[in-house]
Design a protein around this ligand. Structure first.
Ligand SMILES: NC(=O)c1ccc[n+]([C@@H]2O[C@H](COP(=O)([O-])OP(=O)(O)OC[C@H]3O[C@@H](n4cnc5c(N)ncnc54)[C@H](O)[C@@H]3O)[C@@H](O)[C@H]2O)c1
Length: 332
């Protein structure tokens, strides 16, 4: 299989490394709007550098999209209209409207499509989902989630990211659906750019808290921030009638207790998404190779991407208008 990667920024080369060792992958090309970035990644990893998107697509058997979010729809369209199995990093698109449109194109093409929400491959999320499914947690009384980035990304990234809820929060929004198998009924959200006026320039937020009511009434709370001085802190706690479990709580949790006599976490804190999700990124890309070879169905569809973006759109509306937003108000 010849795989073409589009986007040689932070995550493109990471996925290239996984594919280099993957069974069934014969060659990898990399393409970026900034040719020097693709050339540098190609030289470092021993990939082919192809400058033109069309040429790279024409020579590919499968496509991996790791370009900036606002370019996802055009690249997805080019790939699936050629019938190529396609992996695309989250989020599906920068806006809900574009995500709905591109999902129709993906579904009409029949091409295998895998959206990259790597938490679906993280062992702790998989175990929490099993405990919920099997009833070992019991009735879920409440869920609490947080994703804290260590520091803001570049201005170039912020400008093309689609905003905090589509870019950062979206991982929790997909994970919530993955864990519970439920859709949200209503959200309320309060966001600020406190500490980071750059986000304000793009009408975006750097910190937010949200309340989400699931279809069965389960209350969920979440916090998100772009700056956590201790590292990349991603945790989810599920509190049920039979058990209470935590994802992301361990020796590498970037948080210290101020209880007397309690030692700090033993390990080095998770620093950034690249070390926090290393294994999950590898397993999702290997799963994509199997999707592309027809060995398994997609573990995350374009439609899943739309549902996560519907929640992000509801949070954005709520933060802007200062009111609760029923999901029924958001297009699907
Ligand atoms: N799953 C995760 O945890 C995770 C983590 C980081 C990034 N991402 C996603 O991956 C994507 C890339 O993120 P990043 O951090 O690597 O961003 P980045 O800004 O570091 O890199 C993006 C690269 O894409 C290139 N590019 C833009 N349009 C292109 C096009 N049409 N063709 C080819 N190249 C193009 C840019 O020049 C840039 O080099 C984003 O959608 C982001 O949301 C996901």
């Amino acid at each position: 299989m010849r795989v073409a990667i589009f986007g040689a920024g932070r995550i493109g080369p990471l996925h290239a490394r996984t594919l280099l060792g993957a069974d069934g992958v014969d060659s990898i090309s990399i393409t970026d709007l900034v040719p020097e970035r693709a050339a540098a990644a190609a030289a470092e990893l021993g990939l082919a550098h192809v400058e033109a998107v069309e040429l790279a697509m024409d020579a590919a058997d499968a496509v991996v999209i790791t370009a900036s979010t606002d370019d996802h729809p055009a690249l997805i369209r080019a790939a699936v209209e050629r019938g190529l199995p396609t992996f695309c990093e989250k989020p599906l698109a920068a806006s809900l409207a574009e995500s709905i449109e591109i999902t129709s194109v993906v579904e009409a093409s029949g091409a295998p499509f895998h959206l990259g929400f790597q938490r679906r491959f993280d062992p702790a999320y998989v175990e929490a989902r099993r405990l919920i499914d099997s009833g070992e947690i019991g009735t879920i009384h409440t869920i609490s989630m947080r994703s804290h980035d260590p520091e803001p990304a570049s201005e170039e990234f912020i400008a093309s990211s689609g905003g905090m809820f589509s870019d950062l929060s979206i991982h929790d929004l997909d994970a919530l659906r993955f864990l519970t198998g439920q859709e949200a009924a209503e959200v309320f959200c309060y966001g600020t750019a406190r500490g980071f006026p750059l986000y304000e320039k793009y009408g975006d937020y750097a910190n937010a808290v949200a309340l989400i009511r699931l279809a069965d009434g389960t209350p969920v709370s979440a916090t998100w921030t772009r700056h956590d001085p201790r590292g990349h802190d991603v945790r989810t706690e599920v509190f049920g009638s039979r058990d209470s479990v935590a994802i992301g709580l361990g020796p590498r949790t970037p948080l210290r207790s101020v209880e007397p006599g309690v030692p700090p976490p033993a390990g080095p804190p998770w620093h950034i998404f690249l070390d926090r999700w290393d294994d999950a990124y590898r397993d999702e890309l290997l799963a994509f190779v199997d999707v592309a070879r027809g060995k398994r169905p997609s573990p995350c569809s374009a439609r899943d991407g739309v549902e996560a973006l519907r929640l992000a759109a509801a949070l954005t509306l709520s933060a802007r208008e200062g009111r609760a937003v029923p999901l029924a108000e958001v297009p699907s």
